[in-house]
Write a protein that binds this ligand. Structure first.
Ligand SMILES: [Zn+2]
Length: 166
């Protein structure tokens, strides 16, 4: 009789552990499989195709969104200083979706040509060294020129900034 009792106890004990392990396994699998699929937020980025200013905005679950954050470029600040009216022409550059496990899918947009002038602080050099007439002519092309004229103007501005670097 005593032997039978012990063996019944052991079997109940191992069944309990089997159940606990199964529940844990289901939990872990659910977290690993389902969590990445649950999108909880989206961070989106834009760049002004004319002046290179940047904008970022995040939207979270249930439509909670942050205020858009704008980082004005050197050209945008120059226009503001010279009281020139300018409405940013936002181009969607990229986005990043967030799941419960962190960064998930990456959404791609396009990078405007003006982004070339943002590398290595070239735009700041251009704005600092070029004359008011040169900057105005550049902005005129960026506002009214063809895509090819804009690309040429950006390349010229880059070359000018590089030539003026110490
Ligand atoms: Zn702009």
């Amino acid at each position: 009789m005593a032997t039978k009792k012990i063996s019944q106890g052991q079997s109940w004990c191992s069944r309990k552990w089997l159940l606990v392990t199964a529940v844990l396994l289901i939990f872990v699998v659910t977290v690993l499989v389902v969590a990445p699929l649950i999108e909880i937020g989206l961070a989106e980025y834009w760049m002004c195709g004319v002046c290179g200013s940047k904008k970022q905005q995040s939207t979270w679950l249930w439509g909670i969104g942050t205020q858009p954050r704008v980082e004005e470029s050197a050209l945008a600040m120059w226009m503001a200083e010279h009281r020139l009216r300018h409405e940013h022409q936002w181009v969607y550059t990229h986005g990043r979706a967030y799941s419960l496990l962190g960064p998930a899918a990456r959404l791609t947009g396009e990078l405007p040509a003006i982004s070339m002038l943002l590398s290595n602080d070239l735009m700041a050099h251009f704005v600092r060294k070029a004359s008011e007439e040169e900057i105005t002519a550049f902005l005129d092309v960026m506002n009214h020129g063809t895509t090819q004229q804009q690309e040429e103007a950006i390349q010229d501005a880059c070359a000018y900034a590089i030539s003026k670097m110490p």
